[in-house]
Design a protein around this ligand. Structure first.
Ligand code: ADP
Length: 166
């Protein structure tokens, strides 16, 4: 890859909703990449019960990164590597919170490389205070009326309150 080529990264996930842990990973990515797609996946299996629609999640990400033109939220269907190739993104970003994330993440990285040998997966570790944080925990605690303002940004908080009638 020539020096002049911009590094375009893609950070895929469900982001239901975006947490400060996701934000931290996205901001760290901007230290090593020129542009970043935060890519919300339409889940074909819908194993997890979702709170926000994919469109709402994209809107939330747009609000949170409104001041950062290098971040572009997008929604995608189908294989990540197909979408990444379409967008010219050869770097896939994933966050690693704990060893428990590792096995699945490594499998996925290997599979993605089998599917497209030009893609590289880069794992980033979040700030320690976010290493226990997940969207599902945020949904659960918010649903039970707990204070999650430390774990999500203001635009996320506002939409959670509207959604949950708080
Ligand atoms: P998934 O739907 O695969 O569980 P998410 O949409 O929650 O993933 O998150 C997308 C990516 O962000 C994954 O790589 C996940 O490990 C990472 N991630 C989620 N929460 C955090 C966090 N608090 N700190 C660092 N990485 C995180």
């Amino acid at each position: 890859m020539s020096q002049a080529q911009p590094v375009i990264a893609i950070y895929p996930g469900s982001f239901d909703p975006l947490t400060r842990g996701h934000e931290d990973i996205a901001r760290r990515t901007l230290r090593i990449a020129d542009r970043l797609y935060v890519a919300v996946a339409y889940s074909p299996t819908q194993t997890k019960k979702s709170l926000f629609t994919v469109e709402e999640r994209v809107e939330i990400i747009r609000d949170v990164f409104a001041g950062e033109p290098r971040v572009e939220p997008v929604a995608f269907r189908g294989l990540l590597v197909d979408f990444a190739r379409e967008r010219g993104a050869r770097v896939v970003i994933r966050g690693l919170r704990a060893v428990s994330d590792f096995e699945y993440e490594l499998q996925m990285a290997q599979m993605n490389r089998e599917l497209w040998d030009e893609v590289e997966t880069v794992f980033l570790a979040p700030e320690l205070e976010y290493s226990f944080l997940s969207s599902s925990l945020v949904r659960e605690v918010a649903g039970l009326g707990g204070d999650i303002s430390r774990f999500v940004s203001a635009p996320v908080m506002a939409r959670l309150e509207a959604k949950l009638g708080g």
